[in-house]
Design a protein around this ligand. Structure first.
Ligand code: FES
Length: 140
């Protein structure tokens, strides 16, 4: 194999590996329902006496995230969202300091309640059901 052929084949292999990596990062999380419920399987459980104490704090699990958005301990003080971007399915990242989500694939941004701040995504992040029983909060 000549040097030029080697680099051509190496470049092709690297390109294929790169595309595979991007495709994998854009795939939907397994276990994340599109309808907002999990059929009884909790994605996240937290103890409100010791977790999620400050506004903006969050806990992730099962392709979902639970964020404290208010000071109380009622369902309306929390946001439970899918981490799957509504544009093309990449996993969004939550920044606790800004209380916003950013998608690494095409730059969409979402608020802590899932609303679109910046496209190309046109639809809010999917929401999950939140249940509070005593000090235990459950998502899904
Ligand atoms: S997949 Fe998130 S902006 Fe495109």
């Amino acid at each position: 194999m000549e040097r030029r052929d080697f680099f051509n084949s190496f470049g092709t292999a690297a390109l294929v590996a790169g595309i595979s990596g991007v495709a994998a990062s854009c795939s939907k999380s397994s276990g994340t329902p599109s309808g907002g419920t999990t059929g009884g399987n909790a994605l996240i459980t937290a103890d409100l006496s010791s977790e999620l104490a400050s506004i903006g704090s969050a806990k992730q699990g099962g392709g979902a995230i639970l964020i404290r958005t208010g000071a109380g301990n009622t369902v309306s003080d929390f946001s439970a969202l899918s981490l799957t971007c509504t544009h093309q399915g990449c996993t969004v990242a939550y920044d606790q300091s800004s209380s916003q989500f950013a998608c690494p694939c095409h730059g969409s941004e979402f608020t802590s309640t899932g609303a679109v701040l910046q496209g190309p995504a046109a639809t809010a992040l999917a929401k999950f059901k939140i249940t509070i029983n005593g000090n235990t909060i459950t998502v899904g």
